[in-house]
Design a protein around this ligand. Sequence first.
Ligand code: EPU
Length: 423
Amino acid sequence: MTRIKVYGGQKLNGTIPISGAKNSVLPLAVASILSPEGLKLNNVPPLVDVNTMLDLLESLGAEYDRKSESPYADVVELRTRSVKNPKASYEIVKKMRASILVLGPLLARFGECEVSLPGGCAIGVRPVDLHLKGLEALGAKIELRDGYIRAVAPKGLKGTEFRFATPTVTGTENIMMAAALADGVTVLRNVAREPEIVDLANGLNKMGAKISGQGTDVIVAEGVTSLRAAEHRVLPDRIEAGTYAAAAGITGGRVDLAGENLPELLSSFREKMEEAGLKFTPFKDGLRVEGSGEIAPLKVDTAPYPGFPTDLQAQTMALLCYAKGRSVITENIWENRFMHAAELMRMGADIAVSGARACINGGKQLRGASVMATDLRASVSLVLAALAAEGDTLVDRVYHLDRGYCRLEEKLAACGVTVERVK
Ligand code: EPU
């Protein structure tokens, strides 16, 4: 089994090109189902989750060409004219929960589909009830049988008003994609406002959809009868950028993050990191992050965008292990997203977890240890903590990392930091 070996006591100093956002490219690739005309995506990050999504689309009958634009970005041209089998099987869906995104587009294009229920995962139960309620509001009939969601809309989808009980990212994306081809106007309230949703809506509008309000809590989709071919560039990955910013803070180093709009994309994270003592300086198409070597403790509450992102919570916990004093993190999105705490404690961190709250008594020197990654963001938080630890750390189950971090070792190596894969 491959593990990652992190040498302790290193400092980042260099430039990191930020790849396209994983959570943007996944729904954008799925949006190709909505039109038989084809969709070209630029700045596609070469990630395992992207491969899984392309496998899923291929299993439905889609075709694609993929070329490398740079070591950190691909161009993918998707063609879904040949999609004939609107069934997403458990074999693929179980690998990646974002597969649920095919539900709305398949139903909108074919009037029927079958998608495996994704099941839970390491960070929480992760229900999809709001995806189903949203589609029912659009006129779908839904049945759950044998672990599958069977959805039909024999008379097509009809514009409607629907309010999400809680903002959901992929739920908003699913219903927004279905509504793009519904008959009439759909008003979606209490939607999620993440930049990845804005990116998807912008991509859909290039395909001829009539969507407005993206980025606010009300999205309006004026249904159209068909969508056309389009080309779209995926926005930079704010979570990847935030991860390397935390790495600069932990190691007292400096990193230039190259990517458009990063200061805006990272605003709530940046505010907290500034409170912790990190310095941010925007430059043209990028953001410089400098750690001072002194980290102040923080109170952090995760929340839907524009709040503090849950996907940067684990990395922030790693940073706060090195803060002078007591920090408190409250995780408000996922009920089981503190698995990294126990692993950080194996490295000597002093963390007490109680329900949704974690208290971190920072300032202890962490020591290298063998640790285990439990999910994507947990795995990278262990790498970050290990960079400033005394001695070397071996991180097991690194396949989690490859789902969402593009060429992590190379990007760190460009900043003078050695992280190796070992068998
Ligand atoms: N929820 C429901 N019912 C639903 C859907 C969601 O109760 O039908 C609840 C969830 O249980 C959770 C909250 O709503 O408490 C928010 O979940 P959301 O649906 O927004 O999460 P998601 O769409 O499944 C996306 C990202 C996650 C990220 C969350 C929150 C993608 C592909 N995934 O998941 O990313 O943590 O939003 O921001 O966009 C990651 O990249 O590491 C990752 C886990």
